[in-house]
Write a protein that binds this ligand. Structure first.
Ligand code: SAH
Length: 230
């Protein structure tokens, strides 16, 4: 009896957060994001509420609310909070209801999006990462996210068109399939690499068969890679 009670208590502490993973720590993070120029109140609210530390290995959880990207295994990283906030803000500004994400990774960006839009389809090429993300999202009761293991360059044709497509890995050229899965006046947000190797967060808006490109800011992402790792 005692053990079961302790387990429950431990579990709820973990979800509500203690110490370095407490609500106060998250509120401070949201405050820093606002100071750094994030203006969307819903994005700030979601990030102040949701447990980023549950998307990292236990050994790194105490660093979850630092302004830094962190390793999630297989050479991949969970983006720093500012980047997640900025991309979420751009997704909200695009007026999205149905969003396709390329690069589920830890699932944290997926979680934040799921609280801001109607439904999220998220693709990942590494099975181990996808499995962990699936468990975390299920545990948090997220029901409006669908995950698929595939090379994200193919997109998710059966669920297209999407209002917004978000890449969380950097491409040098945008996969044609992704552009074709945008709804008319839909928006794609992606880090894109220049010939000189610099990466720029880029917003592409579909206008019929044409696409308007707009460069936003310099960023640093892991590369978009080909194939699936089972
Ligand atoms: N949004 C993630 C960031 C993960 S880093 C998070 O919040 O944790 C980028 C992710 O993109 C990695 O998990 C990587 O495996 C994945 N990725 C890279 N190329 C891909 C591709 N072609 N298709 C699907 N996922 C890809």
């Amino acid at each position: 009896m005692y053990k079961a009670g302790w387990m429950r208590c431990h579990d709820s502490h973990e979800l509500s957060g203690i110490g370095m993973t407490s609500q106060r720590t998250r509120d401070r993070m949201a405050g820093r994001l606002a100071e750094a120029g994030i203006t969307d109140a819903r994005v700030l609210d979601v990030m102040a509420r949701e447990p980023r530390h549950l998307f990292l290995d236990e050994a790194l959880a105490h660093r979850a609310y630092e302004d830094t990207s962190l390793p999630i295994g297989h050479g991949q990283t969970l983006s720093q909070p500012w980047m997640v906030a900025r991309m979420s803000e751009l997704v909200v500004a695009s007026g999205a209801r149905r969003v396709l994400e390329i690069g589920t990774g830890s699932g944290y960006q997926t979680l934040v999006l799921s609280r801001l839009v109607e439904a999220v389809w998220s693709l990942e090429r590494i099975r181990v990462l996808q499995n962990r993300a699936r468990m975390r999202l299920a545990r948090l009761g997220v029901r409006n996210v669908r995950l698929r293991l595939t090379d994200g360059a193919h997109g998710w044709p059966e669920a297209a068109p999407f209002d917004t497509i978000l890449l969380t890995a950097c491409a040098s050229e945008l996969p044609v399939a992704l552009l074709s899965q945008l709804s008319d006046s839909g928006t794609l947000i992606a880090p894109l690499e220049d010939a000189d190797g610099s990466q720029w967060l880029t917003r592409v808006v579909r206008r019929g068969d044409g696409y308007d490109h707009q460069r936003l800011e310099r960023v640093r992402f892991v590369p978009l890679l080909e194939g699936v790792i089972r």
